[in-house]
Write a protein that binds this ligand. Structure first.
Ligand SMILES: [Zn+2]
Length: 535
């Protein structure tokens, strides 16, 4: 199967019609019924497929100037032209057959087969099966995969690869990276073409990846076009200077080669498609390409760890607006938003008509080899015209989220103190209180930021209102959960007067005190009284 010539990608058109397309059909029927989004059965597949499209356009159509980028955004190319542009790469997109194969090792041959279900990120590892610990994802649940699901699973694994035991390399961004994509928000631009094209970098911006744009060989882009660069010996890492920037989308850390698909009864274990041929096994060995630190993937935020920029990975609890400044605004100071977000301005010429964006953030929360959870969220994007405004605005956005983080924790603690004696071992997780806090204050956060943007010279009244809103929401949430607790709970005879206060009252008093702590006012740079102005 050739993944450029044949249809394998599930999509949804504006009319709601579901279809399976080949890549160039992304531009089919743009005026009548455009492709609006991907429609795979798994969210991690959709996350990998959008990166596939961005990578494909970045590889084949890198625009030289902002004018070129804008022209294709406003007036998408003809499908036939894209088809022609992609045809030169057809050899890199074979899923099977002899020679180079999509995201597979060129030379690997092995008698020993691994079950095809192990391509899936959440598949239990060998140890889990040995220890009988595969409660969450059962072994043998995946028997066989259709070619489309096999190709997508391979793409998803190589893009997110967690550590897979000794010598099994992680993805170019480590195990389970966070991906952030810019989304067009104007209804007329909400198509898959516009989404993918919005994230394609200009030629002059490619060097921001710390890779080498001047490399011309096909294997500098698609590593599987040549023998794998093995990583058994020391000093064999793949450096930025070894690869073309587009390889960030085609990085292949795992050595895998599919066993030939065979005629089988039944249907695909993931998408249920019936068909004659299914993949059931693949060969894999360790010591594939080991991508060095220093390569910057265009779609991921990074943070400074003692002088080394490391990719951000989703953490337990998922995304809230406390991540918003890091994902959308951060620049310098130890945090860097993704290159596509940072350099959005260089693609947009001043005076253009494309102005409304959002950020789509997604990724796995991995516990080493184990996938704990898949998270995704959409966040607003505010264009900030000048650097001076940015500096102040970022500071306020961070301080506001910081205050919310502390008050969310206080609220959770207070609910716990209301229900349980201090020192009692608490069964169950009260983190839902925090989640509710984040969700309940989210729209107020973004609304307040919009106001701050307009009044960045003197945002004190807005910041004071923000703090008041947090304090009020915190108390309301506490009251909501604690109203079911009888007043005599936790009140014991013979104690000092202070201690004999009902637990639920004491916890409320403490919460009020915590939330009015002067550190919040200091953090936001405001005085505790409305009249005081700035501190
Ligand atoms: Zn399938």
């Amino acid at each position: 199967m050739n993944l450029l010539r044949e249809a394998w990608i599930p999509i949804l058109r504006r009319s709601g019609r579901r279809e399976i397309i080949r890549p160039a059909q992304l531009l089919e029927r743009m005026t009548e019924d455009p492709v609006v989004r991907l429609d795979a059965v798994r969210p991690d597949f959709n996350g990998a497929l959008i990166q596939f499209f961005i990578g494909l356009l970045q590889t084949a159509l890198t625009p030289a100037e902002p004018e070129d980028w804008e022209e294709l955004f406003l007036k998408p190319p003809k499908m036939a032209d894209l088809e022609k542009g992609l045809a030169v790469y057809a050899a890199a997109f074979e899923l099977d057959g002899p020679g180079p194969r999509f995201f597979q090792d060129l030379e690997l041959s092995s008698e020993e087969g691994t079950p095809i279900g192990s391509l899936l990120i959440e598949a239990p590892g060998a140890n889990t099966i040995k220890n009988n610990a595969d409660h969450f994802v059962k072994r043998n649940q995946i028997q066989q995969l259709c070619p489309a699901c096999t190709a997508t699973a391979l793409l998803t694994l190589q893009t997110n690869a967690p550590s897979g035991g000794a010598g099994h390399r992680t993805s170019l961004r480590g195990g389970g990276p966070l991906t952030t994509i810019v989304l067009p928000q104007e209804p007329k631009f909400q198509t898959l073409w516009h989404t993918a094209w919005l994230n394609v970098l200009l030629k002059e911006d490619l060097s921001a990846t710390q890779c080498k744009p001047s490399l011309k060989a096909l294997q500098a882009i698609f590593p599987w076009m040549a023998a794998t660069k093995l990583s058994k010996a020391a000093g064999t890492e793949v450096l930025g200077s070894h690869i073309h920037p587009a390889q960030t989308y085609w990085a292949t850390p795992r050595r895998i080669r599919l066993f030939t698909a065979s005629e089988e009864e039944g249907s695909c274990s993931i998408c249920n498609a019936a068909g004659a041929k299914f993949y059931r096994q693949y060969a894999t060995v360790p010591h594939g390409a080991d991508y060095a630190e220093g390569i910057l993937h265009p779609l991921s935020p990074y943070y400074d760890d003692k002088g080394v920029l490391r990719p951000v990975h989703p953490q337990p609890g998922g995304f809230t607006y406390r991540h918003w400044p890091d994902f959308v605004l951060a620049e310098g100071g130890g945090k860097e938003r993704a290159i596509v977000v940072r350099l959005l301005g260089s693609r947009l010429r001043s005076g253009n008509t494309i102005t409304d964006f959002a950020i789509h953030a997604f990724g796995y929360d991995m516990d080493n080899m184990k996938a704990r959870c898949w998270y995704e969220t959409r966040m607003p994007y505010f264009p900030l015209p000048d650097d001076d405004l940015r500096k102040h605005f970022v500071g306020y956005a961070m301080a506001m989220a910081d205050a919310a983080n502390d008050i969310a924790s206080n609220t959770r603690k207070a609910v716990q103190s209301a229900f349980f004696d201090s020192g009692a071992s608490v069964r169950g997780d009260l983190d839902f209180v925090k989640t509710e806090f984040w969700q309940g204050t989210e729209s107020k956060y973004y609304d307040s930021l919009r106001e701050v943007m307009k009044a960045v010279a003197d945002p004190a009244p807005i910041l004071r209102n923000w703090l008041k809103a947090l304090q009020k929401f915190s108390l309301d949430l506490y009251d909501h959960y604690s109203e079911q607790i009888p007043l005599d709970e936790g009140k014991e005879a013979g104690m000092r007067k202070e201690d004999s206060m009902p637990r639920v009252v004491r916890a409320r008093r403490d919460l009020l005190m915590f939330n009015r702590n002067k550190k919040f006012y200091e953090k936001l740079g405001i005085s505790a009284t409305a009249e005081g102005g700035k501190v």
